[in-house]
Design a binder for this molecule. Structure first.
Ligand SMILES: Cc1cc2nc3c(=O)[nH]c(=O)nc-3n(C[C@H](O)[C@H](O)[C@H](O)COP(=O)(O)O)c2cc1C
Length: 475
């Protein structure tokens, strides 16, 4: 690990002083020489000194030039939180003069451990104690048996949520594998429950103690000022919770910049505690639409209390009023390649993430799109029906399958519609289609996954997932 800049400055200064002393206490090598050679000697000494300073004072560039890193930050992230924390971790360590390299977990190979002494793993858990999709193939191939990692020093930040039965399961699995592979922990695995700031502080402090002699500078991206410009109730009379379409506009128009699949983090004031809480929503529009749209369902706790975020956005905040918002990149749900046909599957407010992709495809005039979408009542839940039918008419949507669970039809849920369309699903996938799923992680997402396994087989579905052709943004 490089010494901090101060140590380098002191060393350079000491070298300078040593050089001066040599000047005043003439070394026979120089003073016994004729004038010209003496000058040449001094010039050479000075040049060597300056070169040494440049070399010594630029550890980061030197390490990068040599392709070497002192610390590697490795992430596995389903919806961008772990990736974001990994990026902040790398930036903070760089600000303390460390040479840092960053990579996704699937690029980690035991042979790489010789190229870098310290490895920091920032990983989340998804599904039912599973690794994020992009790390699935790595987990299957590598974590089954120990590797040869003696000498590797590591730390794990495990992101999870205690409301799930397998809390931080993937972080623990990775930590156990590293230990069984003879790697040595810099400090014990740190578990983070629902992005709790106190545990994140422990991570920052442990890194400071391990790698820097002064506080690390952590840069969180700032919230910006936005305004609620429009709100529309999309499903009056629905047997399900009320869903609203919100249009938001930024004070600074340059804030209109994101990709389909990204997530809006909104600061919601809590009148009771006086604190602000963060709530996350899939963005339902693209930047080229000129506004950020959300689909928000009004939520209630089991005891009947309204949900903090949804009550604020759907009831308390009036059009024309300000709110604080920032955008989190969710690279796992970014658009597929242009040439690939796209199958969009979801339910409820999951239409938000799917609609952003549809808009992105429409914007690029890519028409090979198929939407399968489930809601409750045909009469009241035809969410954005006019817009979708219009997209179908003008060729932006090649096929639209809507299912309603409260209509007494045989096709009840969207996963039933997927099964009913098995032949077309096979054809589209054979033609290189990507499958994007957005909406409920309870019922819908596992149901769609089971339907796809029935149609395509487990091996093919696993391959689609690890190749990034089957992606989900579910909650
Ligand atoms: C569909 C879904 C399933 C999840 N499953 C688990 C789980 O099994 N165990 C756990 O500790 N956390 C679970 N979580 C919580 C996430 O790990 C947590 O929200 C984390 O901050 C997400 O980080 P990421 O955005 O980097 O994926 C789940 C979250 C979602 C949305």
């Amino acid at each position: 690990m490089p010494a901090p800049t101060t140590y380098r400055l002191i060393t350079a200064a000491l070298l300078g002083v040593a050089g001066l002393l040599w000047w005043w206490q003439p070394a026979p090598l120089i003073w016994t020489q004729p004038d010209a050679q003496r000058l040449l000697g001094i010039g050479l000494l000075l040049a060597v000194y300056l070169l040494l300073c440049a070399w010594w004072l630029k550890p980061q560039q030197r390490a990068h030039a040599a392709g070497a890193a002192d610390i590697s930050v490795v992430y596995a992230s389903q919806s961008g939180t772990a990736q974001n924390i990994a990026r902040q971790t790398a930036d903070a360590l760089r600000s303390a003069d460390c040479a840092v390299h960053s990579m996704a977990l699937e690029h980690f190979k035991p042979e790489l451990s010789h190229s870098c002494p310290h490895w920091l793993f920032v990983v989340s858990t998804t599904g039912e104690g599973d690794p994020p999709d992009h790390a699935l193939a790595f987990a299957r191939a590598s974590l089954q048996s120990p590797a040869a990692l003696a000498g590797l020093r590591y730390a794990v930040l495990a992101l999870g949520d205690r409301s799930y039965p397998h809390f931080c399961a993937f972080g623990h699995k990775l930590d156990n594998w590293l230990r069984e592979s003879q790697a040595s922990p810099l400090f014990p695995c740190i578990e983070v429950d629902d992005a709790n700031p106190a545990t994140l502080k422990r991570w920052q402090e442990s890194l400071r103690v391990s790698f820097a002699r002064r506080a690390l500078s952590w840069q969180e991206s700032d919230y910006a000022d936005w305004m609620l410009s429009e709100r529309e109730h999309l499903n009056p009379g629905s047997p399900g919770g009320a869903i609203f379409r919100l249009c938001l506009t930024p004070t600074d128009p340059t804030a209109l910049s994101w990709q389909a699949g990204d997530i809006a983090e909104i600061q919601v004031p809590d009148g009771r505690s006086g604190q602000a809480h963060k709530r996350e929503y899939s963005i339902a529009s693209i930047a080229q639409d000129g506004r950020l749209e959300l689909l928000v369902r009004r939520m209630f706790h089991p005891d009947g209390r309204p949900g903090l975020g949804s009550q604020h956005l759907t009831e308390q905040l009036e059009p024309g009023q300000p709110l604080r918002l920032r955008i989190r990149s969710n690279s796992n749900f970014h658009p597929p390649p242009d040439h690939a046909p796209l199958i969009l599957i979801g339910n409820g407010t999951g239409l938000a993430g799917l609609r952003a992709h549809l808009h992105a495809r429409q914007h690029k005039r890519l028409g090979r799109n198929w939407l399968l979408f489930g809601e409750r009542s045909r009469q009241h839940d035809g969410l954005l029906g006019d817009e979708l039918e219009q997209a179908q008419r003008n060729g932006a949507l090649q096929r639209l399958d809507r299912t309603y669970s409260r209509e007494g039809e045989t096709l009840r849920y969207v996963q039933d519609a997927v099964l009913a369309a098995a032949d077309s699903v096979r054809t589209w996938v054979a033609e290189g289609a990507c499958i994007y799923v957005c909406g409920s992680s309870h019922g819908m997402a596992p149901g769609v996954s089971a339907a796809l396994v029935e149609i395509l087989g487990q091996t093919a579905v696993d391959r689609l997932r690890s190749e990034g052709r089957y992606r989900s943004d579910v909650y």
